[in-house]
Design a protein around this ligand. Structure first.
Ligand SMILES: Nc1ncnc2c1ncn2[C@@H]1O[C@H](COP(=O)(O)OP(=O)(O)OP(=O)(O)O)[C@@H](O)[C@H]1O
Ligand SMILES: [Mg+2]
Length: 734
């Protein structure tokens, strides 16, 4: 069997191993396998090792590069030529899978379902016929939701963008954020190539994608830093082959590469191992052709496109490193990250004065966008100049016009920072996706001086600037603020700071306070619940107030009634009647006044509802009700009064029904919270029923009960409560 196979394919023997370089000798009468062909050999414990022919030597030997560790290959082992270069599986079966350079799965999820394998190298054609075609009808911009990128370095379909920066400046995080933001909204698919970076990063990416349900749109292929240079070098071509197949099927493919510099580095290692003399720059003499071989395969073609986002490590933060220069000559947008910005906490740390994009052009982004972007750059440029002067003479000595520019520039700088979804662990803030229109509008506001009065800290790490109307809306948060001050949770200044910030971002005040570190989440939840509870209590209280106002009961009487209500939990109306302080008709009137305050529609519905309650409780017959309603229509008296006058019910009955109705209303806010939670699928309807029951028994707040039951987390409750309060504030406003 083996003999048969060896008759078909040339078989050599391993004669020398130097790290990842393996020499294989063939028989004199067998032709040497061509360059890039894969040979298969084995370690002594039976593991398959792939070798790629890199050079033909004298004495019928081939110098090969190993695609995995060569430890354990005995000398003289057979190396069988496979007759083909590296071929990776391609197509839809790769989605949500992790593979290595050979296209073999490394996620332990079994074989990859792919009917087709393609060689990772393409034969060069003299002229690509597709390039002659008008390749695009126009530029198609992909919105990233990252303010700085959308504004200054627009991501165009079929282009190449790069993040360049030294160690630890945030290249990987930016790449991940783009995956997060674009893939979620984007119709096409995504290929991620991990080249020579940390081994754990693949793992993190995998779990992040799983958490955000994006896994099935992404193909991942890795040759990380633990692998030999051969794997780190070829993996980029494996990945691009997978992307090309998807593109040819008509998809728009996003290609993420972290990190392209490692590809140059692997090439350089290989070159040294092969004994080649480096070029005068210290890198391999083939650097430019190797780079071209893969970069030129990134472009749009009929039907589909490949849009590449490349992270590029800059050794020693040096943009003149020859490998870096070689890479960025291929990039349409260069986003250079600066250590100075990182030190100032300005993330993303893209330095706008060093970075550039060919797509910042009126043909691509339009007049308005272009105008705003150039103005922003101009102001930031001027700031660099002024900064030096300010260091010497101080801001106060600047001429007025310069000072305005100086301050606006600082605001722009702060505004162009942004909390990232994937950076939440570092910043403690939830990420923000900012649509381009908002970014443009916000920048315009800063440039035109509309925000000159706003302190610059308020623009730091926020999303868009939303214009929050000052007055009525302010009332609600103010109330929360007052409550917090009352309870000595916060100082007045803290609240003022938070309110100023809230005005810009339009976020709920509570969230702002937590972000600014003024209050813990659990304290906030407690206070919010209390506030809501107060609102819930208001109808009853308001009824009391009305009765006092209309001199039906005195203040002392009301206090006594409220005290009793606290003890017995009875309805306020019943108590007042039982204690002889008010009659059913009094209550009725007060209730009407209260309703009238709250709007005509409610008033119109009220008698019907009262009627319905009475009919439901079988206190009046439906016919009686019809008559009473007819009578009420002609006289305009309250329905309750009519019913009593007509002798259909006693006052006592009326009081019960009215009180019930009021309680119904009181319960509604709590119910409403419950319903919202159910609607949002945070709580199951059954859970809600149990909670409401428990709440009735213990008198606790519904939110607290749900948290105690473990039905929702405090954070979820906080979110919903804030929303509900917001809505309540709006209703009051209306
Ligand atoms: N947007 C951001 N928000 C908050 N922190 C950030 C952000 N970006 C980067 N950081 C911080 O910088 C650190 C390094 O980020 P990252 O791993 O992305 O850098 P890198 O440029 O890929 O580094 P390396 O060259 O080592 O791969 C992060 O661990 C985080 O602490
Ligand atoms: Mg990184």
């Amino acid at each position: 069997m083996e003999q048969q196979a060896s008759q078909l394919k040339p078989v050599g023997r391993v004669v020398a191993i130097r790290g990842p370089i393996v020499d294989v000798r063939f028989d004199v009468d067998t032709p040497l396998p061509p360059i890039h062909e894969i040979l298969e050999t084995q370690t002594d414990d039976g593991q398959k090792i792939h070798l790629e022919v890199a050079e033909h030597l004298e004495n019928h030997r081939a110098k090969c590069i190993a695609m995995s560790s060569t430890i354990g290959i005995p000398r003289n082992t057979q190396a069988v030529a496979t007759g083909s270069p590296i071929r990776v599986p391609v197509g839809k079966g790769l989605f949500s899978r992790l593979t290595n350079v050979m296209g073999d799965p490394i996620d332990r999820k079994g074989e990859i379902q792919a009917s087709l394998r393609r060689p990772i190298r393409k034969k060069a054609t003299a002229i690509d016929p597709d390039l002659d075609e008008p390749s695009h009808k126009g530029y198609e911009i992909l919105e990233t939701g990252i303010k700085m990128i959308d504004l200054l370095y627009p991501l165009v379909k079929g282009s190449r963008s790069g993040f360049l920066g030294g160690a630890g400046l945030g290249k990987s995080i930016l790449t991940l954020e783009l995956i997060h933001n674009i893939v979620e909204r984007h119709q096409g698919s995504c290929v991620f190539i991990g080249v020579g970076e940390r081994i754990r990063e693949g793992n993190e990416l995998y779990y992040e994608l799983m958490r955000t349900n994006l896994l099935d749109k992404v193909v991942m292929v890795f040759g990380q830093m633990n692998e030999p240079p051969g794997a780190r070098f070829e993996v980029i071509l494996s990945g691009i082959t997978m992307a090309e197949q998807l593109q040819e099927e008509g998809q728009d493919v996003l290609l993420f590469i972290d990190n392209v510099y490692r590809f140059c580095q692997a090439g350089s290692e290989l070159s040294t191992l092969m004994g080649r003399i480096p070029s005068e720059t210290g890198y391999q003499p083939t650097l430019f052709s190797e780079m071209a071989e893969f970069q030129e395969r990134i472009r749009s073609r009929r039907g589909g496109s490949i849009t590449a986002i490349e992270a590029v490590f800059m050794p020693g933060d040096d943009p003149t490193d020859p490998a870096v220069v070689c890479i960025f000559s291929y990039l349409d947008s260069n986003m250079v990250l600066s250590r100075e910005r990182v030190q100032a906490g300005l993330y993303p740390a893209i330095d706008p004065l060093v970075s550039s994009s060919v797509h910042l052009d009126t043909d691509v982004v339009g007049e308005r966008h272009f105008g705003i972007a150039t103005e922003v750059l101009k102001v930031l440029n001027k700031y660099e100049e002024l900064k030096r002067i300010v260091m010497v003479i101080g801001v106060d000595e600047l001429p007025r016009s310069d000072r305005t520019i100086y301050e606006r520039a600082r605001k722009l700088q702060k505004f162009l920072t942004q909390p990232f979804f994937v950076g939440a662990a570092y910043t403690g803030k939830k990420g923000e996706y900012v649509p381009l229109v908002d970014t443009l509008a916000s920048c315009e506001k800063i440039l035109s001086g509309q925000l000159d009065e706003v302190p610059e800290e308020n623009l730091y790490m926020i999303g868009a600037i939303r214009s929050a109307p000052r007055e009525p809306k302010g009332q609600k948060p103010r109330r929360l603020g007052e409550l917090l001050v009352e309870q000595k949770q916060l100082t007045e200044e803290q609240i003022e700071q938070a309110l100023a910030r809230q005005e810009i971002t339009g976020e709920p005040l509570g969230a702002v306070l937590v972000q600014m570190g003024f209050i813990t989440e659990s304290n906030l939840v407690r206070v919010l619940s209390e506030q809501l509870y107060r609102q819930e209590k208001q109808p009853a209280r308001r009824l009391g107030d009305l009765l006092i106002e209309s001199k039906v009961v005195t203040l002392e009487q009301m206090q006594r009634a409220l005290a009793r209500q606290k003890e017995t939990g009875e309805l306020l109306g019943s108590i007042l009647v039982h204690m002889g302080y008010a009659t059913g008709t009094d209550l009725m009137k007060a209730l009407f006044v209260q309703r009238a305050h709250e709007g005509g529609a409610a008033e119109a519905k009220l008698p019907r509802r009262l009627g319905e309650i009475l009919v439901e409780n079988k206190l009046v017959m439906p016919e009686q009700m019809e008559k009473a309603l007819a009578w009420q229509k002609s006289t305009g008296e309250p329905l309750g009064a009519v019913l009593v006058q007509m002798g259909y019910i006693t006052e006592d009955h009326l009081v019960k029904a009215l009180s019930e109705q009021i309680r119904d209303q009181e319960e509604r806010p709590a119910r409403r919270l419950g319903n919202i939670l159910v609607e949002k699928r945070l709580v199951l309807p059954e859970q809600l029923e149990i909670a409401i029951q428990a709440q009735k028994e213990t008198g606790e707040l519904l939110g607290s009960v749900l948290v105690r039951m473990g039905a929702i987390t405090e954070q979820q409750l906080l979110q919903v409560l804030s929303e509900q309060l917001d809505r309540a504030a709006l209703e009051i406003e209306e």
